[in-house]
Design a protein around this ligand. Structure first.
Ligand code: AMP
Length: 287
């Protein structure tokens, strides 16, 4: 990529400068789309940038590995970080500004505020295995929405529960920003792109597409009339046999994420989290 493309992207590291720059754009009548990320960009993140451009003249990407959404036992320290490559990818997608604050800029001394999220954040999926995760997501997304005041903020369906939690929070707290979800981008073998896929060994990487295959098979069975619980049990057994340690593999109402026993009860979403070695994969599909 030519150096000129990367140099067109502005990089801002504190809230004051962010607000000043966005205010200039707004004064010029330009709308703003926000794509919140933790960096280590891949084509999934870039699809959010493309979506943002459909809704706004200027696209801001935040890159911040948010400590509040990692439990002490999780991979905050080893989470992949690749700022230069990220800036180049964002520039190639013709994004405008990267907001990459420091930890201190986001959580200053004396920081003492939390957001309690329930509803889709308390349905026994990710929240069961990562009990502090969505409070961490909520606080950082609320801060970003306040700092940027974007017209639209774009999130991936890859983190389906997160999308529902953020949508609920934005509605409940009267953020004016429109929350938009984007379908999951996958590799050719079906695996959902994820920054964490780099942690998979070659052997695990070869097995990883089984998760999506199990989701598809399960959806196919349910659509073919197999009882939901039977289809789920069969998917769980297939994954166990393939060497996955499954945290959950569930059918839920696609809007509320509440348990659903039959197709007639509403739109069904299958959601799964499963571990391959030390790597935890999550995925989901519509039925
Ligand atoms: P992350 O950097 O993992 O926090 O992800 C930032 C945003 O990108 C979130 O809204 C994710 O849901 C979204 N995202 C991550 N992977 C994908 C993917 N494979 N397809 C679409 N969106 C994704």
């Amino acid at each position: 990529m030519p150096a000129s493309a990367a140099s067109r992207v502005e990089i801002v590291r504190d809230v004051e400068n962010l607000r000043a720059r966005l205010a200039e754009w707004r004064r010029g009548g330009e709308t703003i789309g926000l794509v919140p990320t933790m960096g280590a960009l891949h084509a999934g993140h870039i699809s959010l940038v493309h979506e943002a451009k459909k809704h706004a003249r200027r696209v801001v990407m935040s890159i911040f590995v948010n400590p509040a959404q990692f439990a002490p036992s999780e991979d905050f320290c080893s989470y992949p970080r690749s700022f230069e490559a990220d800036a180049a990818m964002f520039a190639a997608a013709e994004g405008n500004l990267i907001f990459a604050p420091s930890g201190e800029a986001m959580y200053g001394e004396g920081f003492a505020t939390t957001i309690t999220v329930a509803g889709p954040a308390a349905v026994g999926l990710e929240d069961r295995f990562r009990p502090t995760h969505f409070a961490g997501v909520a606080i950082i997304v609320a801060k970003l929405l306040n700092q940027c005041r974007p017209d639209a903020a774009i999130f991936g369906e890859k983190d389906f529960q997160q999308l529902k939690v953020v949508t609920r929070m934005a509605r409940d707290l009267d953020f004016e920003t429109k929350i938009i979800g984007v379908p999951t981008v996958r590799d050719t073998d079906g695996i959902a792109l994820s920054s964490r896929n780099v942690f998979l060994s070659a052997e695990e990487r070869a097995l990883a597409p089984c998760l999506y295959a199990a989701l598809r098979r399960c959806a196919h069975d349910i659509n073919g009339g197999v009882a939901i619980e039977t289809a789920l049990d069969s998917a769980r057994a297939t994954l166990a046999k393939a060497g996955f340690v499954t945290d959950y593999f569930e059918a839920r109402h696609a809007e509320t994420l509440c348990p659903i026993a039959s197709r007639g009860e509403g739109p069904v979403r299958l959601l799964a989290a499963a571990n391959l070695g030390k790597t935890r994969l999550i995925d989901n599909i519509a039925v």
